[in-house]
Write a protein that binds this ligand. Sequence first.
Ligand SMILES: Nc1nc2c(ncn2[C@@H]2O[C@H](COP(=O)(O)OP(=O)(O)OP(=O)(O)O)[C@@H](O)[C@H]2O)c(=O)[nH]1
Ligand SMILES: [Zn+2]
Length: 210
Amino acid sequence: MCIRHRPESAQRVPNEVALGRPSRQEAEAAVRTLLRWAGDDPTREGLIDTPARVVKAYEQIFGGYRMDADALLERVFEDVEGYSDAVLVRDIPFYSHCEHHMVPFMGLAHIAYYPTKGVVGLSKLARVVDAFARRLQTQETMTAQIADTIESILQPRGCAVMVEAEHLCMAMRGVQKAGVSTITTQFRGVYKSDPNEQVRFLTFVRNPKG
Ligand SMILES: Nc1nc2c(ncn2[C@@H]2O[C@H](COP(=O)(O)OP(=O)(O)OP(=O)(O)O)[C@@H](O)[C@H]2O)c(=O)[nH]1
Ligand SMILES: [Zn+2]
């Protein structure tokens, strides 16, 4: 097993101090404002604890801003008998929020990479998905960020990421089309240069579970 060390400058966590993060009290007051704007009374019994609950929920669903995705891939297992074929982790469920409406989009992520100097713990790939999903996102940005992190930290021969999701901002408001699926992909290394690798990836992703 080996742990890679990275320079501070390589870490990609937004700097909360530089962003001037508001206090919890300020965040709760903002929720009360939105409740009033929506037409309800934040002082009624059913809503009295809601601002605190919303802020607590935001800590989790936007917890990705405080996750260092690069660090999640630091530990590599080298003792795998020279295994060097693709590793594909598919059907990773995620929940994110679109940066345009702050409304959820959710779906599945599929990730493959060709290891070079050992393999990474499988759960860590799912954690990388969460690190980017738990932020305000576009699906395209999230897909690219996952691929960028795997490529820069693991330096694999190739890396493929596919994300398929439904955006509630298209289902419950606006154009109101439920059940629409959006698919985004990023192919790097051999997955970019060799169309056969893309086909193999898509075949594994689509292969029915048996
Ligand atoms: N490309 C992309 N678009 C997204 C994503 N999430 C939401 N959108 C779209 O962002 C667009 C925002 O469009 P705007 O015209 O600025 O906002 P709007 O008036 O609320 O648009 P409507 O949703 O059409 O009512 C919409 O077309 C959404 O469907 C995403 O992850 N990727
Ligand atoms: Zn949206």
